[in-house]
Structures are given as C-alpha cells and as structure tokens.
Design a protein around this ligand. Structure first.
Ligand SMILES: [Zn+2]
Ligand SMILES: [Zn+2]
Length: 292
C-alpha cells in the first residue's frame, strides 16, 4: 500500500490554543487555525518586553527561537495543566541572507502540544517588510522617510540621534500631529541636531509584519492538519533538506537543495521527495566550477 500523508479530521477540532502576545497577534494567527483546524484561540498577554524589545531598552535574552519557546512556557506555567496548546511568535529583521540590501522579516512560530507531547517550530522569511531606519535633521527629510515606509498605516519610533541620549523615546507614532510633535521634542534633546527615526516593528503597529505572521500561521496550521502516513499523528511535514542538486552542465554538486525529507513528530517514519518546484538540475550560474 502506498503511504500518503493523511488529511483527516483535525486532531485539534474544538480545542483552544493559547497565544502568548502583547501585540494582538491573534489578528493574524486565529483565522488560519480556525479555518484549517477548527481550533479557537485566546490571547494571553505577557509583558514580552521582559524578554527584550526591538528598540534595545532591554537586551534580548537568548536567540529568537529560545524567546518564542520561553513565551509558550510562560503561559503554560501561569495557566496550569488544563491548557494543552501554547503558541508564540518572534520576529527579527535585517538584510536578506542571499540578497544583500534587501530587508527581510524572519518570523518564528513556536508550538507546544501537551496533549500529544511534542514541540514544533516553523519559520518564514519574507522580503515583505518596511524595516528601515535613518538619522534625519529636517522635517522634510522625516516626511520623505515616513512616506517611503507606508506611514501612517505603519507606525514609527523616534528618539534623539545621540547614542548616549535614549530619552525621550516615542513609540507607536501613527499620526501626522504625533510625528511632528515627536520630531520637535527629540530635536530639542539632541546635541547633534539630529533625530533617529525607525519603523515600529511591533505587529499591531505594522500591518506588513502582521501579514507575514499570518502566512507563517497558515503554514503551521497546514502542518498540524497533516497526519503521519504511518501512525496518523498530527504534524507531518518537511523536517530537513539535502543539498547537492547537480549542475546541468558539468554534473558536479551545487549548494542547491536536491531532496526534501518529510517526517513525523512522533515516530521515526520518513519519506524522501524531489524539490517542490520539480527542479532536477541546477543552472550553471549556481555551480562552483562553471561559475566560480
Ligand atoms: Zn557546473
Ligand atoms: Zn508517525
């Protein structure tokens, strides 16, 4: 009998997931979990800034993955044994790993399933972000920056440019009046006559980020809706890849992915597949010999 991943009745139908967040992320996460798993969601507000903030007032403890897991642990501990399913997300921003100068949003979603006894985390890299920062010395400069990052639907953070003066700090600036006010105040406190402005990356102030979190939530919900062909446990999906796709010209191995390996979170059953895009050989431009 050929074994295919099973789409069966959701193992989570009628359950409630707890999402640890301070920034209203259920706006993005709840709907795919309802559509694909028939699971509902409640937010558990945690002062996640305790784990570190984007603006650097608190140094972030550990890496993003650890942070996301800690957030899940935190609500499970606080809410007690009855809560079986915890979710938390964590984002980081910076240049794209393969395309220099293209800013990227790297999101991680961490899931703890106490009923079935497993942890699962997934990530998503998207260039769909307005992540940007700059020192400005005039209101015109600031307006140009604001226009380019989709202000006011996307909020801004302002502070004096001087490294040693972090205050005053204006976060979640999302109106023209608040922007001008914040600029004036920061300018007053800057000895260099410059204001530091950056995009506010907190999800509820950044619809682009909310959208990327939603895309990742849909990926995770799909995965939890897919069951192991062997033991029918939920969470079947891609667990790793194998590189070495051969160059179409010289047949040597490149760094491109050759195979995708799917696995179960419970048993050790695995299946091996070609690339999802059906590519079977690499263009010589990706080859270390043909294009050193
Ligand atoms: Zn080659
Ligand atoms: Zn299995």
């Amino acid at each position: 009998m050929e074994e295919h991943p099973l789409k069966m009745r959701s193992a989570y139908a009628g359950s409630c997931f707890v999402l640890t967040t301070k920034h209203a992320k259920s706006i993005a996460v709840a709907s795919p979990f309802w559509d694909k798993l028939k699971a509902s969601m409640v937010e558990y507000p945690m002062d996640t800034d305790l784990l570190g903030t984007f603006t650097g007032e608190v140094e972030r403890a550990g890496n993003a993955l650890e942070c996301a897991r800690l957030k899940c642990d935190w609500s499970l501990k606080r809410l007690g044994e009855k809560v079986e399913f915890a979710l938390a997300s964590e984002g980081s921003f910076g240049p794209h790993p393969f395309i220099p100068f293209v800013p990227c949003d790297h999101e991680i979603l961490y899931f703890i399933d106490r009923r079935h006894g497993f942890h699962l985390h997934m990530s998503h890299l998207s260039p769909k972000t307005n992540y940007c920062m700059k020192a400005v010395d005039s209101l015109e400069d600031l307006q140009t920056f604001a226009g380019a990052i989709q202000f006011p639907s996307h909020a801004l953070i302002l502070r004096p440019n001087d490294r040693d003066t972090k205050a005053p700090l204006f976060k979640g600036v999302d109106s023209q009046a608040a922007l001008e006010e914040a600029f004036k105040e920061c300018l007053k406190h800057s000895s260099e006559g410059k204001v530091w402005v950056e995009t506010d990356m907190r999800a509820m102030f950044n619809p682009s980020r909310m959208e990327v979190i939603g895309e990742l939530a849909a990926k995770m919900a799909d995965r939890l809706a897919t069951h192991c062909p062997k033991c029918s446990f939920p969470g079947w999906g891609k667990i790793r890849v194998e590189k070495g796709l051969k160059c179409s010209s010289c047949r040597s191995e490149t760094d491109l992915v050759k195979l995708e390996i799917f696995g179960c979170v419970k048993c050790d059953f695995e299946t091996i597949h070609g690339r999802a895009d059906r590519l079977t050989q690499a263009e010589p431009m990706h080859c270390g010999y043909c294009n050193p």
